[in-house]
Design a protein around this ligand. Structure first.
Ligand code: ADP
Ligand code: MG
Length: 703
């Protein structure tokens, strides 16, 4: 294949050594191909020129206007220096502001002259202003070639923009194109392109950067998404075939004493139909000889832990060890406690290992799993440290798997030579096809039924003005013997202020609950693990009626007697996080409540999120809504954190149709040529390779 696109970006005119280093550091762009793969994240219509009086809150984020410079002024000194340029058109005036590159702008601004100004409008004290807009004289603007009027906007970093200027990246893309246009190899066979009506890669890249029409832009996006999703599908399907061909899964033929004793004597309640079905699916997987790789989805509170436990008992019955990894210390400890309690009196040894384990606990766990005397190990990602050696690990459960980083997930698989069966569990409901794409080569089970007797949680939204009412309500519930969570946001960047919010809240609550029998426990990420654990113990045992916490309790925590979840600054949480938090209550038979507290002023999206929470308890519906809400602002969906694959343009949640087509296409291609060995499949092979790297379930690491 032509490797020209792998050439160093420094050879593009206008780049050079220094800028090449910067491009790599800031955007990870090293080659011509990388640069062409840096797609615009948005396009603006450069044919529309706004009048100043037309610009208000409803204007798009970037607008263009034609205005005459009426004057300029300087303010501040040294690093704080700023240049203000005043402009007007027949309908009004605006201020353009620069904090950087002032010298460069000064030289280009002439009072009395007309300019085309392009930038993000903002209002400061009712005055329209633009910070660091692009400007060009009308002559320059008119000489620019018209094309379709759509110009790509590229994501950049502050550092890069300050070096390259507003237009710099666009210019580099133009120059890269000039070098590379004739050297873009086509990875897809002609027949495939014809079948799915796809542009050539060259035309797609051209139109993604320089759209010749809205229709061509759409086709370009379609083609590039197709490539990404096809690459993933080829990869997943190849891997699946390899896994099944290996036929090296552990066999759990027996349903033995441990499982049966638990089922007949220890089970605190009858299993739901959905729990039974999933346990059966898992059981079937473990007698086939193939290694199981299963995703279990079930809304919060649907009883996934029990399914996990019973599956682990199957392993134990067949002489294997099992382990369960949870994303937080609190959750790991909780699983250890509940599972330990449920297995009381049974010949199953359970141990726990977390980052906070003391030397004794650690030694006991490590020795026990190495010599095989521990049957079930529960812990955090401490489980994947190198010193953890199982004697015969046969079954792995990963709880709330969306919370783990890709590398963390990958390392568990390498724990023994023969791969254990793997059950990953998540409460984030996503459609099945999507799950397969996001998480790779998985079978999917769904718990679509809550344990009986659950009453729907009532959710209300209060503003701060209703705080007294809130306290009154909390008191009422506590008087009935219930318990209350009060949760504060914790966002890393502003940890200090969040911490202050939480401690202030804690004090206010301690003040407002002066009755001596009300105990408030507190739990946040800055506390020592032992203190966190003590707080959780107080709350779980009922010693404390109120738990003031940050979202460290978001996942998994299970205290059925708690019936009130108060979420402070609820507007700062995402929808799925709110839903997870709400899932901490409504776990017993009592009516539960979720109270979303927020300020008066809310953005449109925040309001929509809070309203959705009040409307429904259904995690699937909320997930859909979340996609819609987020989809609007984030068309290309490039920010899919935690995903197994590095997608630049496809968004599997929105591009479901393309996803389905690529699944079919991949199946047909691999059916005809499993190794993609035919010469015309060289490009496909490359595509498959490109999307194999970040996948969390890399079986090549095992064999
Ligand atoms: P999640 O799926 O969110 O992890 P959990 O496993 O924590 O849910 O279970 C939620 C609560 O429901 C727990 O208190 C658990 O004991 C209870 N539970 C689980 N299965 C059943 C069942 N079949 N009947 C009644 N309660 C159940
Ligand atoms: Mg759970």
């Amino acid at each position: 294949m032509d490797r020209y696109l792998d050439s160093d970006i420094k050879f593009v005119s206008g780049v050079g050594e220094m800028r090449a280093r910067l491009l790599e550091k800031e955007l990870g762009i090293r080659t011509l191909g990388d640069m062409l793969g840096h797609y615009p994240f948005r396009y603006v219509d450069r044919t529309k020129i706004y009048r100043i009086s037309e610009i208000d809150d409803t204007a798009p984020t970037l607008v263009q206007l034609r205005a005459r410079v009426t004057g300029r002024a300087y303010a501040g000194e040294g690093r704080k220096r700023r240049l203000s340029v005043f402009v007007s058109d027949p309908t009004g005036s605006a201020e353009l502001v620069w904090f950087q590159g002032i010298k460069w702008i000064e030289k280009r601004i002439e009072v009395g002259r007309e300019y085309l100004v392009f930038g993000r409008p903002s209002f400061y004290r009712n005055e329209l202003s633009f910070v660091h807009p692009e400007i060009e004289t009308m002559e320059q603007a008119l000489s620019r070639k018209a094309e379709s009027g759509m110009q790509g906007i590229y994501s950049s970093t502050e550092r890069l923009s300050s070096v390259l200027g507003a237009k710099g990246l666009y210019q580099i893309v133009c120059n890269t194109w000039a070098l590379a246009a004739g050297r873009i190899a086509e990875p897809l066979p002609d027949a495939l392109r014809a079948q799915y009506g796809l542009l050539t890669l060259r035309d797609a890249l051209y139109n993604i950067h320089f759209p010749q029409s809205p229709e061509l832009l759409r086709q370009a996006q379609y083609r590039l998404k197709f490539d990404e999703l096809l690459g993933i599908q080829l990869n997943i399907q190849t891997r699946r075939a390899a896994r099944l061909a290996k036929n090296n899964g552990f066999l759990f033929p027996k349903v033995g004493g441990v499982f049966n004793t638990f089922y007949n004597e220890k089970l605190p309640f009858p299993l739901t139909g959905a729990q039974k079905r999933v346990i059966k699916e898992i059981r079937q997987d473990t007698v086939t000889g193939f290694q199981m790789n299963r995703l279990l989805q079930g809304d919060v509170g649907s009883g996934k832990t029990l399914v996990a436990l019973m599956s682990m008992l199957l392993a134990v019955d067949n002489g294997y060890q099992a382990c369960m990894m949870a994303p937080t210390e609190i959750l790991a400890r909780q699983h250890f406690a509940t599972i330990g309690r449920m297995l009381e009196g049974m010949p199953v040894r359970v141990a726990v290992l977390t980052g906070a384990s003391n030397a004794r606990e650690r030694r006991a766990a490590l020795a026990g799993i190495a010599d095989g005397s521990v049957d079930i190990l529960i812990g955090t990602h401490a489980l994947i440290e190198d010193c953890v050696r199982f004697s015969n690990l046969g079954f792995v459960v990963i709880d709330e798997q969306h919370r783990f980083g890709v590398e963390q997930r990958a390392r568990l698989w390498t724990k023994n030579e023969q791969p254990p069966h793997i059950l990953v569990m998540t409460a984030t409901p996503i459609p099945r096809t999507l799950a397969m794409t996001l998480y790779g080569d998985l079978d999917v089970s769904v718990i679509d039924e809550l344990p009986p007797g659950r009453r729907p949680i009532r959710t209300v939204h209060y503003t701060d003005a209703a705080r007294l009412r809130l306290f009154g309500f909390m008191r009422q519930q506590i008087a009935k013997g219930r318990q209350v969570y009060v949760v504060y946001p914790l966002i890393e960047e502003s940890e200090a202020t969040d911490y202050k919010d939480l401690t202030d809240g804690y004090e206010a609550i301690s003040r407002d609950f002066p009755l001596p029998q009300y105990v408030t426990a507190v739990c946040h990420g800055r506390m020592k693990p032992a203190d966190k654990e003590e707080s959780m113990r107080q709350f779980k045992s009922g010693e404390a009626q109120i738990l003031v916490a940050t979202s460290v309790i978001e996942v998994g925590v299970d205290v059925p007697n708690a019936t009130v979840m108060v979420i402070e600054s609820a507007e700062r949480f995402g929808l799925s996080q709110l839903h997870q938090l709400r899932g901490r209550v409504g776990r017993g038979g009592e009516q539960s409540y979720c109270i979303l507290m927020s300020g008066e002023k809310l953005s449109k999206e925040s309001r929509a999120r809070l309203e959705a929470m009040c409307e429904t308890n259904d995690g699937f519906r909320l997930a859909e809504l979340d996609l819609k809400l987020r989809g609007a602002g984030d068309i290309n969906g490039t920010q899919q954190s935690g995903m197994a694959f590095d997608l630049k343009i496809a968004n599997p949640t929105l591009d479901v149709q393309i996803l389905t087509l690529t699944r079919e296409a991949a199946a047909a291609l691999l059916g005809a040529d499993p190794a993609l060995a035919a010469p015309e499949h060289a490009g496909l092979r490359e595509l498959r390779r490109r999307y194999s790297r970040r996948d969390e379930i890399d079986f090549s690491m095992i064999s």
